[in-house]
Design a binder for this molecule. Structure first.
Ligand SMILES: Nc1ncnc2c1ncn2[C@@H]1O[C@H](COP(=O)(O)OP(=O)(O)OP(=O)(O)O)[C@@H](O)[C@H]1O
Ligand SMILES: [Mg+2]
Length: 496
C-alpha cells in the first residue's frame, strides 16, 4: 500500500478549500474504482504491496494514509505496477540538414516508482523531448533509458510499442483526442489496440469517464467538450491500459485555472494511488504540487532536489498481449473512409470505371482485340491503381497526427499498416461491386448500340472484376500503409 496517500504535507501551502476539493475528487475516483470491481468486503485487510521493480535506497517521505481512500483490489484495476525510470548520460540530438540541436544533453536522472516529478524550464529546453524518451516514443542518440527494468533504447520497435501500451499513460498539452471518434471510443482506443473485445472496453471506458466526472459525455465528439473536459478525457484514456507511469506534457497549459486545477488534482490522485507521474509545466504553482522539481536549461538538468538517488533494478517481463483485431482495424479503416466521403467516392468511382472497362475488354466476344485485350486491361488497371495510391497517400498525410496518436498510445507497425490496408480494402470492395455492376450495364448498352452480342459479361467475369478491384487496392494501398506504419511517433505528433 502506498503510504503517501493523502500526504498533505507533501504539498505545503495548499489552501483548506483546495484540500477539500481534492478529497472530493479522490472520493469520486474511489467510488468509481469500487464500482469497477464491486464494493470490497467491509473489514477487508489491505492487500500486500505489489513487488516493485526498482528499489529506492533513499526512502520516499512517509505520511499517514488518507482516510477517504478505499483499500483493496479496486486500486489495482485503475493503475498497474509503478514504473521506475533511469536515464544514464542521455543525449538526444536532432539533425536538420547542417543544423544539429542537442535537445537533451548528457542527462542522468533517476525517478523512483511512485514519485511525482515536475519538469520545468524555458521553452525549447528539451522537456517534451525528455518526456518522449521516458515514454518510449523516442530513442536517445547516446546513453541509456531504463524503465521498469528494461533498457528502452535497446528494445525492438514492437516491444517499445508494448511498453507504451501496457505501462505508460500519456496526457498531451493539446489533448490529441481523435476528433471523429466519440469520447468513449477515444478512451477505449488503447484497449482496442490491446485486442480487448468491444463490450469489455466500452464498459471500462464508461467507468473511466465516471472516474474523471464525464460519464454524461460518453457519446459526445471531443470537439463539443470544453478544453478542461477534453483534457480529463485524455486522462481517462491515459488510464485505460492501467499504466504504472503517467506522463503529462503541460496538461494544464491550454486550460483556464479552474479546469487546470481539476486536471492537476486528478494527477495528484493518481500519484497518491502509487503511479509514477512525470509532469512538464511552465506554471510554478503546478510544479509546487509535485514532490520533486527537475529544472532544465539548454537540454541539461540544472536543478534536481533529489539528484544522486541510486536504485537497484530487476528486469521485468511485459505481460503477453493480444493485439488489434482485424474487425477493429476494419472499423478504423471504415471511419477514415467515412471522414472524407467525397474524395473516397471520387476515387472509388474512378476505380470502378476502370474495373468496368477492364471487365468489358475481357468480355469482348470472339477476342475482337485478340491478345491486345489483356494488355489494354492491364493498362486500365494500372491507371486505377495510381488513383488509389494517390488517395491513400493523401490519407496518410491527412492522418499523420492521428497516426502519431495511435503510435503514442501503443499501436505497433502491423496495427497501423492493418488500418490502412483495411481502408484500401474498403475502397477496393466498393469499387469492385460498382465496377462489376457498371460492366454489366455498359455491356448491355454496347450490345444494343452495336446490335450484336459484342460483349458477354458472364458472372465469372463479374467475379474476376471484383477480385481484381480488391487485389488492386491492396497492392496500391500497401506502400502508403507501410509509410504510415513507419512514421516516427514524435515527428508525427508534431506534424501540422
Ligand atoms: N523533430 C525535431 N527536429 C528538430 N528539432 C527538434 C525536433 N524536436 C525538437 N526539436 C528541438 O529540440 C529542442 C527542444 O524541444 P522540446 O520540444 O523538447 O522543448 P520544450 O522544452 O518542450 O519546449 P516547450 O516548452 O516550448 O514545449 C528545441 O530547440 C526544438 O526545436
Ligand atoms: Mg514541450
Amino acid at each position: 500500500m502506498d503510504t503517501r496517500e493523502g500526504d498533505e504535507s507533501a504539498s505545503p501551502g495548499r489552501s483548506p478549500r483546495r484540500s477539500r476539493r481534492q478529497r472530493t475528487a479522490i472520493e469520486r475516483v474511489a467510488d468509481a474504482v469500487v464500482a469497477l470491481k464491486g464494493a470490497p468486503p467491509a473489514a477487508a485487510p489491505s492487500p500486500a504491496p505489489a513487488p516493485e521493480v526498482f528499489e529506492a535506497t533513499v526512502p520516499i517521505a512517509v505520511a499517514p494514509p488518507a482516510p477517504v481512500l478505499p483499500a483493496g483490489e479496486g486500486l489495482r484495476d485503475l493503475l498497474g505496477q509503478a514504473v521506475g525510470l533511469r536515464l544514464d548520460a542521455v543525449t538526444r540530438t536532432y539533425r536538420m540538414g547542417d543544423v544539429t540541436v542537442d535537445a537533451v544533453q548528457d542527462v542522468t536522472l533517476e525517478i523512483a516508482p511512485g514519485e511525482f516529478v515536475a519538469v520545468v524550464g524555458p521553452s525549447g529546453c528539451g522537456k517534451t523531448t525528455l518526456l518522449g524518451l521516458l515514454g518510449g516514443l523516442d530513442r536517445p542518440t547516446s546513453g541509456h533509458v531504463y524503465a521498469a527494468g528494461a533498457a528502452l533504447d535497446q528494445l525492438p520497435e514492437a516491444s517499445l510499442a508494448d511498453y507504451r501500451l501496457q505501462r505508460v499513460g500519456t496526457v498531451f498539452q493539446t489533448f490529441n483526442l481523435l476528433p471523429s471518434f466519440s469520447v468513449e471510443d477515444n478512451v477505449a482506443m488503447p484497449l482496442a489496440l490491446a485486442g480487448m473485445p468491444a463490450a469489455a472496453r466500452r464498459a471500462r471506458a464508461r467507468r473511466l469517464l465516471e472516474v474523471v466526472g464525464l460519464a454524461g459525455r460518453a457519446r459526445f465528439r471531443p470537439g463539443r467538450l470544453s478544453g478542461g473536459e477534453q483534457q480529463r478525457v485524455a486522462v481517462a484514456r491515459a488510464l485505460a491500459g492501467r499504466p504504472g507511469l503517467v506522463l503529462a506534457d503541460e496538461p494544464t497549459g491550454n486550460l483556464d485555472s479552474a479546469s487546470g486545477e481539476q486536471v492537476l488534482t486528478l494527477l495528484q490522485d493518481l500519484h497518491r494511488r502509487g503511479a509514477t507521474v512525470v509532469l512538464v509545466t511552465h506554471d510554478p504553482d503546478v510544479a509546487a504540487g509535485a514532490d520533486r522539481v527537475v529544472r532544465m536549461r539548454d537540454g541539461r538538468v540544472v536543478v534536481d532536489r533529489t539528484r544522486g538517488r541510486r536504485t537497484t533494478r530487476a528486469p521485468i517481463a511485459l505481460d503477453p498481449l493480444t493485439r488489434l483485431r482485424s474487425v477493429d482495424a476494419l472499423r478504423l479503416g471504415l471511419d477514415a473512409v467515412g471522414r472524407r466521403p467525397l474524395r473516397t467516392a471520387l476515387t472509388a468511382a474512378g476505380a470502378a470505371l476502370g474495373i468496368a472497362l477492364t471487365a468489358l475488354i475481357l468480355s469482348l466476344s470472339g477476342s475482337a482485340l485478340g491478345r491486345g485485350a489483356g494488355f489494354l486491361a492491364a493498362i486500365t488497371l494500372a491507371v486505377c491503381g495510381f488513383a488509389i495510391v494517390n488517395t491513400m497517400f493523401m490519407s496518410v498525410l491527412d492522418r499523420t497526427r492521428e497516426i502519431g496518436v495511435l503510435k503514442a498510445l501503443g499501436a505497433r507497425f502491423q496495427d497501423v499498416s492493418l488500418v490502412f490496408v483495411a481502408e484500401a480494402a474498403v475502397i477496393g470492395a466498393s469499387s469492385g461491386l460498382v465496377g462489376a455492376a457498371l460492366a454489366g450495364l455498359l455491356a448491355s448498352l454496347g450490345n444494343q448500340v452495336a446490335g450484336d452480342d459484342l460483349f458477354v459479361v458472364s458472372p465469372r467475369i463479374g467475379l474476376v472484376a471484383f477480385l481484381l478491384a480488391i487485389g488492386l487496392s491492396l497492392v496500391s494501398g500497401l506502400a502508403p500503409a507501410l509509410r504510415a506504419a513507419r512514421l516516427d511517433p514524435m515527428r508525427a505528433l508534431r506534424y501540422e
